[in-house]
Structure formats: structure tokens, C-alpha cells
Design a protein. Structure first.
Length: 599
């Protein structure tokens, strides 16, 4: 049976709310040390957390690194490697987490002691390139048992997920494409996302192809027996289905067909069922010695052994991306595609991800395996290369070093690797400079320009103005007609342009948050549209909700309205009727037309 489902996990979070609150209170009283780090992984001793631990111990020997283990076996394995390890549950794990300045996780806050994370700099390495929709992007992740259908429960769970995401200080990703998915799923801003590559995949890029294959085969031999020198190796690794049984578990007849295919091809089939998956594949190992189980009980981390395989078979698992990085093609086998898309959802259309229609039965999967190992191998390798190039920006095997340097920079310490890409930027571009506050025509504020002390421009973050913009000063006088970047008295900056004014405090184009009580001034775009709804297509970045193709040709009325000074524009009031606003527009248009001017 699966040990985790979304609904059960969410219910446990709500039940532990008093403990979370108590832990947050204690965290305020306990000082944290930047020289103490705690690391953990929901998968056990492995993933990117282990790679970061080993590199940090090598480069920063004075750092106090503690691995927090979930089980006795994991604790013994960590101590056997010479690591400082503690059980994450209990007073010692809680105290280590409370004292740590940095907490490194790969799944969630439960990888370390979840009640002591508040206030630490959390580095979320995740455990693969996301294909399945995550957290805020998936209704399945927000479910609750029994009360899930009640009004307001969905908003509550979204608020809890956003609150958890707000504690993440650094989130390394493989590419700018993946960064967009992470921002949406975790509610993060771009400043917390580092395009560095996945530390867990560095092992797939170190050394030559032959060296990686030898190391991987040796690891497999230690886990489930030596592999034959001749014959292909196939790794089958399905994903989990939120507590449901794996849809592709073979029947008795299918096991016999698989065993016959393995004998005919001289192949070894390694079955890596998901650690949280339900159902058993033990009947296959009993059917033939060429079918072997490579579960998490015998091998914690499967990524390092991918070079030992000639082909990977999977459904919706991110292991297809890891295999592509290692140069291993994938056969896609999805017997429950329609149901999975309806319940979980994917970021990429499945036909695009799989390169066509997937196999839906074991008979079709075996036929595709014959093709991937024979005449169709070139096409399978080409699709694997496309998956790699589309989702991974950096393939130099130095992702762990870049992440370590980013963590040190986060702590205000000197970084040793100068090749760190931009935070939230594509393909290692330099970080964008901080933009000083100036008007649209380029004039600097009266107090002078300074990129080192001026606040960054405001950013839009999922329906509300981001709080990254600090409180701005009174805007200065401008020589042109364009306006300055403005902010309300609570410091919520806006991106709209307005005519300059020294006579009054700058105000936002609309209310920035429900807590901000400042009344705003109405303005109109070049098409005469109201700024009350969606982004406008015109350059003034106001609001109308229509594209340029949907706008009628500009009329004299709209052009005159756009050019009218701010003092002539009607006030923003929810009580003003549409008729009053229309009459104000028509009166200004008539007053400014040549026919109505003085002779």
C-alpha cells in the first residue's frame, strides 16, 4: 500500500497546526547559525541533497553539516559514509533544525524536522524535472478527505501551500522553462529561482560514457546481482498514482509473455516500482531470473544507475528526463492516460512528451522495446536528445557547485565558482541590473540615480503586486509628459505611467492590495479603455482586457482622451455610473476639437 496520498498528507498538516505554531514560536527564540546546515531527502540517503552535502564538506570543512535520517537503516548508511547524522524525529533532530541557518530538502519540509524549519533559509532542490502538475497547479494536490468539497477548503489549502512556498529561499531548476512551472506551482517570485541544473543529475555528466556505465553496472550488481556482459538491460520505472494501484502491473499471462521476450532477446528487465506506489511486481521475479526487482529497499537512488540501462520504460515519471541527460532512450507505456490526465494533469501535452502515441498494453510495449533496441534506436535517441535540450540549459556537470555558491551568496559569504547563472534567468545570462526609479522619458529623479541603493522595479505576482519593491520617495519633476514609476504610501509600486506632478503624492493606478486604502486616480489608455480589468494592449500598461486586433480604429475621441491631462480626467469612484463617465469623455472631446476652439 502507498504510504502517502495528497489528501492524507493535507489532513496531517491541518492536524499538526498547533505544533507548527509552537515550533515557529520557539524558532524566534533560538538563534540560528549560518555555519550549521541540516540536509535530508524524502527518498532516503541520496538525491541532490547528498551531492550538495558531499561538495560542501569538501569545500567548506569548517561547516557543520548534519544529515537528518527518516529510518534506522538510513541513519546507519549515513554514518557508514562518515557523515554526521541524526534521526530527524525527536528532540535532537528538532534542535539541529532550529539551530541551522540552512535547511536543504528535496521533497518537502518533512525531509528535515518540519517543526523547526521556520526562520531557516530553505533550499528546495526538488527531485526531478516536473512533468506532472504540482501543488497550486493541480487540484489533486489540494484535496482533503471528508471536508474537501466544503466551500472555502480549496482557498484554505492554497493559502497553506503559498505560505509554505514563501519560506523557500532558493529553488534551483534545470532550465528557464522549468522555472516557469516552479514559479506557478509554488507561488515563488523569480528572484528565488536559480537556473543552475539539477545537482542530482551531475552524476550523469561526469566522466566518459564508458566510465559512467561501468560505475552504474557495479552499483546494480551490488543491489540485485551481476548483469550479463551480453544482452540489453531494460529499466521499468512507473510513477505513483496518489494511492491507487499501478495500472501496468502485468497479469499472469503478461508475465509469461515478458519472460519469453527476455529469453528471446537475452535481456534483463529491472523493475523499479515507485517508493509510494501500490501493488506488487514480485510475481515477475518468480517467473524468470531475467526479471529482477530494483526497489528502494535495495537501492535508494536510481539516478546513478541509469547509464547501466539500454532503454528505460516509464509512463509519466520525470525519470525520462534523467535518462535523456544520460543518453538513454525511453519507451513510453501509459495504460491509464485518459484517467491520469483528468485527475493529475501534465505541464506538457503527453504526445509531445512521448514523441507520439504511447503503448497501452504490455504487448505493444514489448514491440516498442524491440524497435528501440534495433532499427528504431536512432529515432528513440533523437527524441531523448530533444527532451534533454528542451528542458535542460546547462550540461557541464557543475550544477552542485553553482547551487553551493548560490547558498553561500545567500548567506553573504564569498562564492568560489564565478560561473553561477542568473537567478531566474535563461541559459546563464548575467543577472539583470537593478533599475533606478526614473520617468518614462528617461529623466532621473531629483535625488539622483544610483543602481546600488534604488529599489528594484515592481513585479506582478499571481494577482497581487509583489512586495519586492520597497517604499519609494516622492517622484521628482520631469521635463517630459511621461510619468514616473509610482507607488502608494504603503510602498506597493505600480507599473503605470502618469504625467509628472509635484503637487501631490504619487498614487497607484489601482488599489494594490485590499489592505491599501488609498483612492486611485482614473486614467485611460490610448484606445479610451478603463484601467479596471485586465492588461491593455497599448503602451501605457493600463487595463482593458482586449488585444490590439480586437480594438476598433483609434478615433479622435479616444486619442483626445489619452492626451488629456490628469487634472481633467474623471475621479475613480465605484459610485460613478457609466453614463457619467461617458459624458465626461464626450465633453472633453468636444472641448478640445478644432471646431470648438477660439477663432
Amino acid at each position: 500500500m502507498a504510504r502517502f496520498t495528497f489528501s492524507a498528507g493535507n489532513a496531517r498538516v491541518l492536524a499538526r497546526a498547533p505544533l507548527y505554531a509552537l515550533g515557529a514560536l520557539v524558532a524566534v527564540l533560538v538563534p540560528r547559525s549560518p555555519r550549521q546546515w541540516v540536509l535530508g531527502s524524502g527518498a532516503g540517503l541520496g538525491e541532490g541533497a547528498l551531492a550538495l552535502h558531499d561538495l560542501a564538506r569538501e569545500r567548506q570543512p569548517e561547516r557543520r553539516l548534519t544529515w537528518l535520517a527518516s529510518s534506522r537503516a538510513e541513519l546507519d548508511a549515513a554514518r557508514a559514509r562518515g557523515m554526521r547524522a541524526l534521526p530527524k524525529r525527536g528532540p535532537r533532530g528538532l534542535w539541529a533544525t532550529l539551530r541551522a541557518g540552512v535547511a536543504v530538502v528535496t521533497h518537502g519540509f518533512g525531509d528535515v524536522n518540519r517543526f523547526g524549519v521556520s526562520g531557516a533559509r530553505v533550499v528546495q532542490l526538488w527531485h526531478g524535472i516536473p512533468l506532472k502538475r504540482l501543488h497550486l497547479d493541480s487540484a489533486a494536490a489540494l484535496r482533503l478527505p471528508l471536508i474537501g468539497s466544503l466551500p472555502g477548503v480549496g482557498r484554505l489549502m492554497r493559502a497553506l501551500y503559498r505560505r509554505a512556498g514563501a519560506q523557500i529561499a532558493l529553488f534551483p531548476v534545470a532550465s528557464a522553462l522549468v522555472a516557469g512551472r516552479i514559479r506557478s506551482a509554488f507561488g515563488l517570485d523569480a528572484a528565488r529561482i536559480l537556473v543552475s541544473g539539477d545537482p542530482r543529475d551531475d552524476v550523469l555528466l561526469r566522466g566518459t560514457t564508458d566510465e559512467r556505465r561501468v560505475r552504474a553496472r557495479a552499483t546494480v550488481a551490488d543491489a540485485c546481482g551481476a548483469l550479463p556482459e551480453e544482452g540489453p538491460v531494460v529499466l521499468y520505472a512507473p510513477t505513483w498514482r496518489d494511492g491507487d494501484e499501478d495500472a501496468a502491473i502485468p497479469t499472469r499471462d503478461e508475465w509469461q509473455a515478458i519472460a519469453a521476450w527476455a529469453d528471446r532477446a537475452g535481456a534483463v528487465l529491472l523493475i523499479r516500482s515507485h517508493p509510494l506506489g501500490a501493488g506488487s511486481y514480485a510475481a515477475g521475479a518468480q517467473q524468470s531470473p531475467r526479471i529482477r526487482l530494483l526497489g528502494s529497499d535495495v537501492l535508494t537512488d536510481v539516478t546513478p544507475v541509469l547509464p547501466a540501462a539500454d532503454v528505460v520504460v516509464t509512463d509519466y515519471s520525470s525519470i525520462a528526463f534523467d535518462a535523456a541527460i544520460g543518453g538513454v532512450p525511453t519507451v513510453f507505456f501509459a495504460p491509464d492516460l485518459a484517467r491520469y490526465l483528468a485527475t493529475r494533469g501534465l505541464y506538457t501535452p503527453y504526445r509531445e512528451f512521448s514523441g507520439g502515441d504511447p503503448a497501452t498494453t504490455w504487448a505493444e510495449a514489448l514491440e516498442r522495446l524491440d524497435a528501440a533496441l534495433g532499427e528504431g534506436r536512432a529515432a528513440a535517441l533523437a527524441h531523448a536528445a530533444w527532451l534533454r535540450d528542451e528542458h535542460v540549459d546547462l550540461l557541464d556537470g557543475r550544477a552542485t557547485g553553482r547551487v553551493l555558491d548560490a547558498v553561500l551568496t545567500l548567506l553573504g559569504e564569498h562564492a568560489t565558482d564565478t560561473a553561477t547563472p542568473a537567478v531566474g534567468g535563461p541559459r546563464g545570462a548575467p543577472p539583470p541590473p537593478r533599475v533606478h526609479r526614473a520617468c518614462a522619458c528617461g529623466d532621473a529623479p531629483r535625488r539622483g540615480c544610483s543602481t546600488s541603493r534604488s529599489p528594484a522595479p515592481a513585479t506582478r505576482s499571481r494577482g497581487s503586486w509583489s512586495r519586492t519593491a520597497s517604499r519609494s520617495r516622492r517622484p521628482s519633476r520631469c521635463s517630459g509628459s511621461a510619468g514616473v514609476r509610482r507607488a502608494c504610501r504603503r510602498g506597493r509600486a505600480t507599473t503605470g505611467s502618469r504625467p509628472c506632478s509635484r503637487d501631490r503624492r504619487a498614487r497607484p493606478a489601482r488599489r494594490c492590495t485590499p489592505r491599501c486604502r488609498r483612492r486611485s486616480t482614473r486614467s485611460f489608455c490610448a484606445h479610451g479603455c478603463s484601467p479596471r480589468t485586465a492588461p491593455c494592449c497599448c503602451a501605457s500598461s493600463l487595463r482593458c482586457g482586449r488585444t490590439s486586433a480586437e480594438h476598433p480604429p483609434r478615433s479622435a475621441s479616444s486619442a483626445t482622451t489619452a492626451a488629456a491631462p490628469l487634472a481633467l480626467r474623471p475621479p475613480c469612484s465605484s459610485r460613478a455610473s457609466t453614463a457619467r463617465r461617458s459624458r465626461a469623455i464626450r465633453s472633453r472631446s468636444t472641448a478640445s476639437s478644432p471646431a470648438s476652439g477660439p477663432t
